[in-house]
Design a protein around this ligand. Structure first.
Ligand SMILES: [Zn+2]
Length: 404
């Protein structure tokens, strides 16, 4: 057993902080959380004065199968699955080295995300716990069709959904609208599916107790996603042919439904202006701020792996996304909640991770400083535990024998 003691312990619940606190870890699980001395003499003490211990962070939207530089469409024909799997393993290592201990991969090809998820759990690879969507469901030639999940009508949608679940998907991803980076696909302001078709995806996921993430830029797609009962809306950018047009009534509908929104805020967002202009960036960020004010349950996720134009959105840039939320007026306590327990709940794993509670996985980080005061202190990582296993840039003790 191990006692991790620090100047401050954040449990992950909104604003809850224990001054001079400690966490008792036994193997893969948290045993207790409380003030100094509460764990008794139960284990070796790792004392971290001047540090804050908090739950490991959750990235609700990544694509480990991309390298944040190369156009994935051209890459698909030139990179073997074998090579791609190694790339994904390296991206998983980068992600966990930034303090992300759980990530939801929302789309890749060949069910490689299932292989990587299981390899990480076995201790064969280093990375965060993964929640994987496998192939996004999309129309023929639609957004991200090249990942292999094309389906145009209800029977086909059921078929792809069931194949994904058979292969081991933890959730289903559906491309409710077009997107920004698939040549020849419908543009982002165009719906790809009707409400009824999206409902089929939700029904199929529900048969296995799984949730649905819907990629939706277009107004009608955001509305359809809510009506169909998806769990998370990705992007939710209120996109129209003339750019972002925030719709307060539609936002109220999203808020009232309790649907989570992952606006895929990442660390290189400010550089969007270089590609799409300052006006587009400002409108987009205003929408991100307005969604919080509307009472929408916003969560942290970066879309890491995809480039924005030629600008890399690197896999280890997670904290940059949180800083972007801070720059548009989100409070630090709220950001930490969005990055931990709220994102874990949205990804269907809030029962096992996302907060420091007895019985949950020992997924936690320690940082020098106090991220409640300065969100950028989340960059000062001193410790990353994934189910009690220590992971770091220089030190990795996640070989198979250490998993137990
Ligand atoms: Zn994405």
């Amino acid at each position: 057993m191990r006692i991790i003691r620090a100047a401050k312990v954040l449990t992950g619940r909104p604003g809850e902080a224990i001054e001079d606190g400690e966490v008792l870890v036994d193997g893969t699980k948290i045993v207790s959380v409380g003030p100094r001395g509460s764990a008794g003499e139960a284990g070796d003490v790792l004392d971290l004065p001047g540090h804050t211990v908090l739950p490991g962070m959750v990235d609700a939207h990544v694509h480990l199968g991309f390298d944040d530089k190369v156009d994935p469409v051209t890459r698909r024909s030139s990179e073997s699955d074998h090579h791609l799997l190694l790339r994904m393993a390296e991206n998983a290592r980068k992600l966990v080295s930034a303090g992300v201990t759980t990530a939801r991969d929302l789309g890749g090809r060949g069910f490689l995300d299932v292989v990587l998820r299981d390899a990480i759990e076995e201790g064969l690879a280093v990375g965060p716990h993964l929640v994987v969507a496998t192939r996004p469901i999309t129309i023929t030639g639609g957004h991200c069709w090249y990942m292999g999940g094309e389906a145009d009508d209800e029977p086909a949608i059921r078929r792809v959904a069931r194949e994904n679940l058979r292969a081991g998907a933890d959730c289903l991803k559906v491309m409710a609208s077009g997107g920004l980076m698939t040549p020849g696909a419908p543009p982002s302001w165009t719906p790809q599916y009707t409400t009824g078709q999206l409902r089929v995806v939700v029904e199929e996921a529900a048969t296995r107790g799984k949730h649905v993430a819907a990629h939706a830029h277009a107004h009608d797609s955001i509305r359809s996603s809510v009506e169909a009962g998806v769990t998370t809306i990705e992007h939710c950018s209120f996109f129209t042919p003339s750019g972002h047009q925030y719709d307060a009534r539609l936002a109220d509908l999203v808020a009232a439904s309790g649907t989570y929104v992952c606006p895929t805020v990442h660390g290189v967002i400010s550089r969007i202006a270089e590609v799409h202009g300052q006006q587009m960036l400002d409108a987009w960020l205003a929408g991100v701020a307005a969604m919080r004010d509307a009472g929408i349950r916003v969560i942290a996720g970066t879309d890491a792996g995809f480039a924005v134009g030629d600008i890399p959105n690197p896999t280890d840039g997670y904290v940059g996304g949180l800083e972007t939320f801070a720059s548009v007026g989100y409070g630090n306590a709220e950001i930490i909640e969005m990055a931990t327990i709220r994102a874990a709940d949205a990804c269907g794993v809030g029962e096992v991770t996302g907060s420091l509670d007895p019985g949950k996985r020992a997924d936690l980080i320690a940082v020098a400083g106090d991220p409640l005061e300065r969100i950028s202190d989340l960059r000062n990582l001193a410790l990353v535990l994934v189910s009690g296993r220590s992971v770091g840039q220089g030190t990795v003790d996640t070989v198979t024998t250490s998993v137990g």
